[in-house]
Design a protein around this ligand. Structure first.
Ligand code: DP6
Length: 331
């Protein structure tokens, strides 16, 4: 038995991935941009065995101190992904594993826990097969987990996922290293309840929304706006664009054939407070993934003031302060 340990971050999407053109290859309908989150990470320890019969997964919940053996659901997904990695690498021999996974943040609550988990697992499995891939290839492997956003947790810092036209051209790359910009993502936790409908099911309904074509028609402009805002460290341009993209994605979600309302009244209340703070002169901007928790994007020079304000708000159970960080790493 040998041991492999990997740490991988979640990421917050500045331009969101919603809807895909190929479910098997996980090819998105649009490019997306993100930033890796320093304090929302998954640690994966894999014990690797010669005996391929051993395939077990143990998960430590955010609120617990112990690993619990998974009831089968996660293990099944992990095994499907293991086989995809094996096929991608063109390897015939199998190995066995016990995976121990723990998160520094609540899972399935709009903080990209599958991105951190599957990006970490991609690096873990590839290393388990005694292979090394470059960042581009590893981001493709992570994408093939089914959690497309996992591809964005492989490169460092600020990341661009190219939608591509086929599996090899749909990959993620860093557009700026973590130290490029002292930008923070302040995650306001309003609930740790796991969402009922996951993104992967949600993506399939995107085209059933009358607003989806409209979303896609404006997205290239927003992609370019975010690219430029990161390059020039323009928080007003970045913030204005990410808020527009958030609203556009949630409008699609809410108007799908089976509407998805990820927001709660607390989410909306916090959005309004962010807008008030901004009007009062604090440049902070919201973004929300598939969950009710709110991400606030703000430059480091204003983060203290922002955190001290939100720590006093009744909706907020907990705050996770993130800066940009490197992607998945073996430690
Ligand atoms: C709303 O299919 O990558 O977060 O179900 O968490 O694996 P998981 O997500 P994925 O979809 C991400 C959807 C999103 C937007 C984004 O991160 O781009």
């Amino acid at each position: 038995m040998n041991k492999i340990t990997v740490v991988s971050p979640a990421n917050i999407a500045f331009i969101k991935y919603w809807g895909m053109k190929d479910k098997d290859l996980v090819l998105p309908n649009n490019d997306s941009y993100s930033m890796n989150l320093s304090h929302c990470v998954t640690e994966i320890v894999m014990e690797r065995y010669e005996n391929p019969e051993i395939k077990e997964v143990f998960i430590q919940e955010y609120t617990s101190n112990d690993y619990k053996k998974d009831n089968g659901q996660a293990t099944e997904k992990v095994c499907v992904f293991y086989n995809r990695v094996k096929n991608f690498l063109g390897i015939k021999d199998d190995y066995g594993f016990r995976i121990y996974s723990k998160n520094s943040f609540p899972k399935k609550a709009g903080i990209a826990s599958s991105a951190s988990f599957f990006s970490g697992l991609a690096l873990t499995f590839v290393t388990g097969f005694e292979k090394k891939l470059d960042t581009k290839q590893l981001s493709i492997v992570a994408r093939l987990s089914g959690s497309g956003s996992a591809s964005r947790s492989i490169p460092d810092g600020f990341v661009h996922w190219h939608k591509g036209t086929d599996s090899n051209s749909s990959f993620s790359e860093s557009c700026a290293p973590p130290e490029h910009w002292e930008l923070c993502d302040v995650v306001l936790i309003v609930s740790q309840t796991e969402k009922k409908v996951g993104s992967q099911e949600g993506h399939e309904g995107a085209w059933s929304s009358p607003l989806y074509a409209e979303r896609l028609s404006g997205i290239e402009e927003r992609v370019e706006s975010v690219r430029k805002a990161i390059e020039t460290k323009d928080v007003v341009q970045l913030g204005t664009t990410i808020e527009a993209d958030t609203i556009s994605m949630h409008a699609v979600m809410m108007t799908q054939k089976h509407p998805l309302f990820y927001w709660s009244h607390k989410t909306l209340s916090l959005l309004k407070k962010i807008c008030v703070l901004r009007r009062e002169g604090l440049p902070c901007y919201y973004t929300i993934d598939a969950g009710e928790n709110v991400h606030v994007i703000v430059e480091k020079k204003q983060v203290k003031e922002l955190v001290s304000y939100f720590a006093r708000q009744g909706e907020v159970l907990d705050i996770i302060l993130n800066s940009p960080c490197v992607g998945a790493r073996q430690i």
